[in-house]
Design a protein around this ligand. Structure first.
Ligand SMILES: C[S@@+](CC[C@H](N)C(=O)[O-])C[C@H]1O[C@@H](n2cnc3c(N)ncnc32)[C@H](O)[C@@H]1O
Length: 265
């Protein structure tokens, strides 16, 4: 699906003359057009539209992020069964966390997926990848909704006990983001969703810059009752379809048990 929906679309575009991707070289695509994933994607860049920018993001970054999330999820799902989760993908990009979750969960389980991203162009590509994966590649149906921020998520069901999986993949490097405020908004959302167990995946590039928001994020999650299950700063080796070299990434996992105790006084 990646070949058909991303790689071939870039290659067959008339602007992609040899050595370029939609008319820009790879360094420009990575550093300027996508700004390593931190661009304001909904603004045009020279002659490239928001949809072009997002397509280049998917071309250069999505596969690596997806492989990391699948590996992180595999380790988690080996240890525990998670049935009928609500998945909240923070800074979802083009449905990256949704694709990872779909590859891990059985076909029968109901999954509600909420993709949160400030970029409408990311939602558009995410929705295209999701419907194509369902239509032609046997991906189980994920009941999807998209939102620009956490407070505008449209969720009208009564709070319940379903497990929630939160994905924060390569979000915290963003200079637009206040990690502590993010946890406050997230906790408010979790209360709207219910009192079931919550698992949070954090993945990012290694290095202090990319993870500058992490200490605040981690401390705020602890204050909100989360336990740090894993916090790996070192090398995590994953087998890659795309390259032979192991990929380095920063990974953390947080969990909060279902909240079934009523604290009085
Ligand atoms: C590096 S990309 C990661 C995308 C996806 N999680 C992945 O791993 O492929 C960061 C994403 O966060 C979004 N983003 C950045 N700041 C944001 C904010 N303040 N609120 C919502 N989304 C934001 C960007 O639009 C972008 O799609």
């Amino acid at each position: 699906m990646r070949d058909a929906e991303i790689v071939d679309r870039v290659r067959s575009d008339p602007r992609s003359i040899p050595g370029t991707y939609l008319g820009v070289d790879s360094q420009t695509a990575i550093q300027e057009v996508t700004r390593g994933g931190q661009a304001a994607f909904d603004e045009p860049w020279n002659d490239l539209s928001p949809d072009d920018r997002v397509l280049l993001y998917a071309h250069f970054f999505q596969l690596g992020h997806l492989e990391e999330l699948i590996e992180a999820g595999r380790q988690l799902f080996e240890a525990s069964r998670i049935e009928a989760p609500i998945v909240v993908d923070l800074g979802c990009g083009p449905f990256t966390g949704g694709l990872a979750i779909a590859s891990m969960l059985g076909r029968k389980t109901r999954v509600d997926y909420v993709g949160v991203d400030r970029s409408a162009a990311m939602h558009r590509l995410g929705e295209r990848l999701a419907s194509e994966a369902e239509r032609s590649h046997g991906m189980p149906t994920l009941h999807r909704r998209w939102a620009a921020d956490i407070s505008s998520i449209d969720w009208n069901r009564a709070p319940g006990w379903r497990p929630v999986i939160v994905i924060a993949s390569y979000l915290l490097a963003s200079p637009t983001l206040d990690a502590v405020a993010l946890v406050t908004d997230l906790d408010r959302l979790l209360t709207r969703l219910g009192r079931g167990p919550v698992t949070i995946f954090y993945t990012n590039a290694v290095g202090a810059d990319a993870n500058r928001g992490f200490p605040g994020f981690r401390a705020a999650l602890r204050d909100a009752g989360f336990e740090v299950v894993a916090d790996d700063t070192g090398e995590i080796e994953i087998s890659r379809q795309s390259r032979e070299k192991p990929r380095l990434f920063r990974y953390a996992l947080f969990q909060r048990q279902r909240q079934d105790t009523l604290h009085l006084g």
